[in-house]
Design a protein around this ligand. Structure first.
Ligand code: DC
Length: 229
């Protein structure tokens, strides 16, 4: 049974493009819960490191940056996501495909991961949190009462990523995206610390061919059955 003195967390882990962001945001909205986009934090460290011309393979300065990251998340008047770094709008840079690959590189360093841990855990607030990432269930919220590991075929993930990038006004080719997605998966799965892996108590859900609203309804039902709201 879920410990009612702690805010409930639903972990949504899985490879990039599996639909975690879309489903997670929908779920958070539906439940009126907070939402943690942990990938955006790694992306912001990569962007901040790039601006300071830091070597993304050297952890010390990156960990310092991660620790002091001055960022904010919100929406503009048209309901589009806006991400600020040191008070400046960096949304397009954060969402760029090249930043995804750079984030995967900075995310290999245990020092960077440790520096972001407290910030992520601080998002666990009532009435609850939907946490999107790679290690939400294994490392950040190991006691979470509901853990979902969302997967989808590489083709489908590339198509979804393409649509998202187009919405941000960024062009890309699907075959290139498939290659990038597979390379990033490999790097995320094979890293020594907090690799992308389903936690032992996670439920693996294949989102191929499923609408986000269906997945969201399915997870809401599971959460309800576990007494999370
Ligand atoms: O979810 P995303 O595409 O925004 O994540 C970008 C990269 O950040 C991803 O390739 C690996 C890393 N990441 C991570 O290591 N741990 C997380 N919890 C979230 C993202």
């Amino acid at each position: 049974m879920h410990d009612a003195t702690l805010a409930p967390v639903i972990c949504l882990d899985g490879p990039s493009g599996a639909g975690k962001g879309t489903v997670g945001r929908m779920l958070a909205q539906r439940l009126g819960w907070h939402f943690l986009d942990s990938g955006a934090l790694y992306r912001l460290v990569a962007v901040a490191g790039g601006k300071r011309r830091l070597d993304l393979d050297r952890p010390d300065a990156l960990a310092g940056l991660a620790h002091g990251l001055d960022c904010a998340f919100g929406w503009d008047a048209r309901g589009r996501e806006r991400i600020l770094l040191d008070g400046r709008d960096v949304t397009a840079e954060v969402r760029a495909e090249t930043t995804g690959a750079a984030a995967s590189r900075v995310a290999r360093h245990p020092e960077v991961r440790a520096a972001l841990l407290a910030r992520q855990r601080a998002e666990r607030r009532f009435p609850g949190l939907v946490a999107d990432g790679r290690d939400m269930g294994t490392v950040v919220f190991p006691d979470a009462p509901l853990k979902i590991f969302l997967t989808a075929s590489a083709d489908e993930r590339a198509r979804r990523r393409h649509k998202q990038l187009m919405e941000h006004g960024i062009s890309a080719s699907i075959p290139d995206l498939i290659q990038e997605i597979e390379a990033r998966d490999r790097q995320d799965r094979e890293r020594a610390v907090s690799p992308l892996v389903a936690d032992a108590d996670a439920l693996t859900v294949d989102s191929t061919g499923q609408a986000p609203s269906e997945l969201c309804a399915f997870i809401v039902e599971l959460a309800g059955r576990r007494g999370l709201f």
